[in-house]
Design a protein around this ligand. Sequence first.
Ligand SMILES: Cc1ncc(COP(=O)(O)O)c(C=O)c1O
Length: 386
Amino acid sequence: MNRADFPVLVNHPKLVYLDSANTTLKPKAVIDAVHTYYADCGANIGRATYRLAEQATSAYDAARHQTAQFIGAAPDEIIFTHSTTYALNQAAWGLRSTLKSGDIILLSDHEHNSNIIVWQQLAAQTGARLAYLSDQPPLKNVKILAFTLASNITGQIFDHSKLISDLKKTGAIIVIDAAQAISKMPLNAAQLGADLLAFSAHKLYAPSGVGVLYANLETQARLTPLVYGSQTFAAISRQNTQLLSNFERFEAGTPNIEGALGLAAALKYLNQISMAKVQAHDQALVTYALSQLQKYRLDQYLVGRPRCQVGVLSLNHPRIHPHDFALFLDNANIAVRAGKACSDILMQKLGLGRGVVRLSFGLYTTKSDIDKFIAGYRKTMERLDG
Ligand SMILES: Cc1ncc(COP(=O)(O)O)c(C=O)c1O
């Protein structure tokens, strides 16, 4: 796909950017959308009645429609937040009143810290118990299952469809962290069995500061807002407020308007390519990377060998520190993530106290980027491990 669409890559022609799981670079179309909002509109949404404000409001509404369409949802199932982390916090704290002592919040063993810490806090405050899939807890007590659709360490895609359908029969709520999966494959929130599904715009070629919480209407009705303020109520008196019954009650205050418009531009850009092609590109890169790692016997350092994965791979060298790799690679203009990558619990489980070197792909990643990474990795090994 086209590096020329991404100004950072045009401005840094030698850059090999292999950190898209951390954040994606933004295409010019997205940067232009943010600029256009500030240069041609600049008004707030939802409040004023002049034309510029109406223009901003209808563009913001259109962004919600496009976001809904992207995950096969209805616009009133989309709650704009600030990030995946914020969306997961809204999900967790919003479900607080549904939990009681002895209930189980079930997580997979592959969660990002943002899909662990908030549930720990919720458990501590409600008397619920946190369990991991490897604990094999009794399903009858599970009230919430929260898991990542694709690992930010191994790239593994998790199919928990059987567990989801078993849990749905008992009324458990299914929360999916789609932070990594969202940019890699066509997704349909309802077909995945999600009651709640979270992702960040910045990992989807769009600006930072915008996140999405998909919430089906049944779950929305059980959800308490995390933040209160303007634009959320039907009636207000000196002592009381009657909140709106729809998604608007979760979006207090002025939102990140430019970010949502940037997200709309990113979705348009992705739809023009088609998510099927985006997925095929990612899968071709995975196949190539695995074959090259094997060719140079670097596959022995791979963390996890998933059968099904997205373009995220991590390596663990027994003697060389991940930060040393990252430093040497950076000197060759190769940007990778090094360390625990916000996955401390998985690292503890795998005994990887120093973390990993992670390479992750985006629309602009080429086979030549992977070749350069492998050459850089081997060179670092030669220098530091004889
Ligand atoms: C699987 C997963 N979940 C959650 C997050 C948190 O995303 P954000 O920092 O955008 O809130 C990340 C970010 O790396 C992630 O990879």
